[in-house]
Write a protein that binds this ligand. Structure first.
Ligand code: GTP
Ligand code: SPV
Ligand code: MN
Length: 595
């Protein structure tokens, strides 16, 4: 071990894990550039990292073809009573799950180094921030954690001073026997993967995967699943939301937090450049928001992360120029294609496809191959500070006051571009009934419709019926200072399968309408599903969408909505007596409005 650890709880945990996992070596990380360079150098030598000539200090990794996304089927919320995990989470009793996992962990780090990564979610020392310590046998995890969280000996200093922490144990589950040669991306087979959470002890155990949210445990595991359970106990909120600041031509600022499911547009909206003249958008966070009430009774949000773990395919100067400018240097790419001139490429990047590349599986690829060059869930890991439109207040310890909540998802039919909730209870109803087509961010089928309340289905660390109640409780606490709630759908398609709405920078038109609603500049029409823009209020100046398509994007198909009711009833029924009365009442009112 390279450092003496003074925090007794940490010291004891490190010794316990080392005895169990039997690594060859233990290394305590300090987050320095030297450490990052040293780890990267080691991975270049072993062949797992490929330096990119076109992007300074940037590297490409290829995962095992089986280990390309989160594994919701193998993700557990392990509470004493199954009812506390609820109907939307996989559950195993803590004793049973721990016993199974202990067998896997036994000797699992043989032939490898065990890295101890002290990190802060949120600015170091902020009252909203939380300290975690991840133990991992993956050097890829170490370099990604350097970017995605604040890894620092300042955090170790706080721990030495007695600060508490959330233990996050991770192993790729691939011990090496004496003399055994390593593979490029070691991991365990799918049936041996476990992404486990013990919210009653604020504890995370992850085994068998090296990818994204399965392995970078500060993100979904700590900042959403464990934090959501803490937030409920302590009266705050941990949400799967981007945070942005929109400034109108008069200089008035609005802060917006939006919950869309994985791969449904958060990173893009967070750094969107408005097509409406005079409006400015700045990014505060692109995936997670932690929110607490401030002394003025309003809701304040911070981004607990330090980087972007963004979807690569579809990212281009045409769609998300600020992301493209954030990934010019100091970036880790995973599962992209690599071009002959040593750059990355993916489907949807600007310009022509390369005539030849090496695809994400390491095979020769040409545009005639008929396969994806980059995996649909290929990702970039980039420091948030590199975003040209990162807000100057993005690390403000007290956060920014939220004016607007947006819910949404990917619906090729039915759901119109935008609607506003009648009030907070109706807002909770539209959040609780949100649905979306599944994406490649999870291993499983893609394009299947599912209910995904508040985009939290895979990330809520407790019974989602109680989570709905927590939203009502927060509403009671916020009163007339609560953010206004809206619902959007950028993904409605025409009969021939094309997106009707241009999206991206034109989404600013929708945000502008929301701000004008909040400031009382515009009225709205009442419909069964909520309030919608009056004719002429949605700014379509310079927009290249036909009047016919515009009408379709905004149209409300009452029969189609009536046909949703049985599915919403089934969805609500799953929560039994944990479903708040106020949601049942909302459903009744919705039914009445539909006539
Ligand atoms: P996670 O990181 O998985 O949580 O995803 P995310 O919600 O941040 O999604 P992201 O912004 O990365 O977008 C996912 C995909 O949707 C990308 O391929 C985008 O190009 C595409 N996308 C984002 N916004 C829009 C939009 O307004 N319209 C259309 N048609 N596609 C969009
Ligand atoms: C998501 O799936 O919502 C992500 C990517 O943000 S991961 O970190 O892999 O969870
Ligand atoms: Mn996400």
């Amino acid at each position: 071990m390279n450092v003496t650890v003074k925090n007794e709880k940490l010291n004891q945990w490190i010794r316990e894990v080392a005895d169990l996992c039997q690594p060859d070596d233990i290394y305590i990380c300090n987050g320095s550039k030297e450490e990052y360079d040293f780890m990267m150098e080691k991975m270049i030598k072993s062949g797992s990292a490929v330096p990119l000539k076109k992007r300074p200090n940037s590297f490409h990794f290829r995962s095992d073809p089986s280990d390309v996304a989160r594994v919701e089927d193998r993700t557990y919320i392990s509470t004493t009573s199954q009812d506390d995990a609820g109907p939307t989470n996989n559950w195993l009793a803590p004793d049973e799950l721990k016993k199974t996992m202990l067998d896997f962990y036994k000797g699992c780090m043989k032939g490898r180094t065990m890295y101890v990564i002290p990190f802060s979610m949120g600015p170091i020392g902020s009252p909203i921030s939380k300290i975690g310590v991840e133990i991992s046998d993956s050097p890829y995890v170490v370099v990604n954690m350097h970017i995605m969280t604040r890894v620092s000996d300042k955090v170790m200093g706080l721990l030495d001073g007695g600060a508490d922490f959330i233990p996050c144990l991770h192993s790729i589950g691939a011990p090496l026997a004496e003399g055994q040669e390593d593979v490029q991306w070691p991991c365990a087979p799918i049936e041996n993967k476990y992404i486990s959470h013990f919210p009653e002890d604020n504890l995370i155990w992850s085994y068998g995967s090296g990818y994204g949210g399965n392995a970078l445990l500060g993100k979904k595991c700590l900042a959403l699943r464990i934090a959501s359970a803490m937030a409920r106990r302590e009266g705050w909120m941990a949400e799967h939301m981007l945070i942005l600041r929109l400034t109108d031509p008069e200089g008035k600022q609005y802060h917006i937090a939006a919950a869309f499911p994985s791969a449904c547009g958060k990173t893009n909206l967070a750094m969107m450049q408005p097509s409406v003249p005079g409006w400015k958008c700045e990014c505060i966070g692109d995936d997670i928001a932690w929110m607490k009430t401030g002394p003025d009774g309003r809701l304040y949000a911070i981004n607990p992360e330090n980087g972007f773990f963004g979807v690569a395919p579809g990212t281009s100067y045409g769609t998300n120029p600020m992301a493209m400018d954030s990934i010019k240097e100091n970036v880790i790419f995973t599962n992209c294609a690599v071009t002959d001139d040593s750059d990355v490429w993916w489907e949807g990047m600007d310009g022509d496809a390369p005539a030849h590349a090496i695809d994400w599986k390491g095979n020769d690829w040409t545009p005639e191959s008929g396969t994806d060059a980059a995996h649909p869930n290929a990702r970039f890991t980039a420091p948030a500070a590199q975003c040209p439109v990162i807000c100057e207040d993005w690390e403000k310890p007290g956060g920014v006051p939220i004016d607007i909540f947006i819910f949404g998802g990917r619906r090729s039919t039915l759901v119109p571009l935008v609607s506003e909730a009648y009030n907070w209870d109706h807002g909770v109803f539209i959040g609780a009934t949100a649905g979306s087509e599944t994406t490649a961010a999870n291993i499983g089928s893609v394009g299947n419709f599912r209910r995904d309340p508040f985009a939290m289905t895979p990330f809520c660390g407790y019974n989602m019926g109680d989570y709905f109640k927590h939203w009502f409780d927060m509403g009671n606490k916020l009163g007339d200072k609560a953010p206004r709630c809206f619902y959007v759908n950028w993904f409605r398609k025409s009969e021939d399968g094309k997106f009707l709405w241009p999206g991206f920078s034109d989404n600013s038109r929708v945000l502008k309408w929301m701000c004008e609603r909040v400031s009382g500049k515009v009225g709205a029409d009442e419909t069964p599903i909520g309030l919608v823009p009056k004719d002429g209020d949605l700014d379509t100046n310079g927009l290249e969408v036909s009047a016919k398509d515009m009408k379709e994007i905004m149209s409300i198909d009452t029969d189609g909505w009536k046909a949703e009711i049985p599915d919403i009833e089934q969805h609500f029924a799953k929560f039994g007596d944990r479903l708040p009365e106020r949601l049942t009442k909302q459903l009744e009112e919705f039914r009445k409005r539909l006539g």
